[in-house]
Design a protein around this ligand. Structure first.
Ligand code: ZN
Length: 264
């Protein structure tokens, strides 16, 4: 019988530098992680931190699509043709791309999905995929995704999104409410002009938040019904949000090593 021992992980201030052991240890398994939250909740930032801490890939469906198109894969060529007609890439095609990516060896210990699933149908597909294919030979518990919702107060969200300013030269990002430049409308790093990207205009943001409500809330409901949704408080500073997320992941039970005598 295999003895299961749990890793002891550093907390608090050590988090940023103290993840070496996770990265070195190849026998760990985190399983799939899904981050949900409105635009501006910091999903991208947190996904990066999770990826670094546990040494697992962050899989963004947007990047996946771009990569496939750029590399001229069969799926990419199909997608390109569809997009050239001004149509949306159908779910079936995205499923094939996601499936292909998740079968790669680096996903074995776990992965973070970014921008997927966006609909209950996609969430249902993912559940079926994970159960039937991906983890067919391993522990059943590990095919169940850890679903983490980053909740943010609506007004806080508006400030984060509409306060964003981007430097023209290098894309440095500021926020007039939370992280203003030293000189108004000027980049601290390179002195170039700060602008409001079209994506950050109030009109576009209003639409994005509405779209999120309409489209993603049903995904939240889907996982909530299954009793799998864990919420963290996204109003806090990013470091504290990360700590909450790490605690959720590490208390999930899937985080373990088979042999505690490794490393030395
Ligand atoms: Zn700059």
């Amino acid at each position: 019988m295999v003895r299961h021992d749990f890793l002891v992980v550093p907390r608090g201030g050590e988090l940023k530098s103290g993840f070496g052991r996770w990265v070195e240890d190849t026998s760990r398994s985190i399983g799939p992680i899904i981050l949900l939250g409105p635009p501006g909740a910091g999903k991208g930032t947190q996904a990066k931190r999770i990826a670094e801490r546990y040494g697992i890939p962050q899989i963004s469906t947007g990047d996946l699509l771009r990569e496939n198109v750029q590399r001229g894969t069969e799926l990419g060529a199909q997608a390109k043709e569809i997009m050239a007609r001004g149509e949306l890439v159908p779910d079936e095609l995205m499923y094939d791309m996601v499936a292909q990516r998740l079968r790669q060896v680096d996903c074995e210990p776990g992965f973070i999905l970014d921008g997927f699933p966006r609909t209950p149908a996609q969430a249902g597909w993912l559940d079926a995929f994970l159960e039937n294919e991906f983890f067919e030979n391993s522990d059943r518990d590990r095919c169940v995704p850890i679903v983490i919702r980053i909740g943010v107060d609506y007004n806080e969200l508006l400030c984060r999104l509409t306060g964003r300013r981007t430097c023209l030269a290098s894309g440095h990002i500021y926020n007039v409410y939370f992280q203003p430049p030293r000189v108004a409308d000027t980049c601290d790093v390179d002195g170039s002009k700060l602008v409001i990207r079209n994506d950050d205009s109030e009109e576009v943001i209003g639409e994005r938040l509405k779209a999120y409500e309409l489209q993603t809330q049903p995904v939240v409901d889907y996982y909530e019904r299954k009793g799998r949704l864990v919420s963290v408080n996204g109003d806090l500073p990013a470091d504290q949000v990360a700590e909450q997320i790490f605690r959720v992941i590490e208390s999930h039970g899937a985080v373990e090593v088979k042999d505690a005598s490794h490393g030395g």
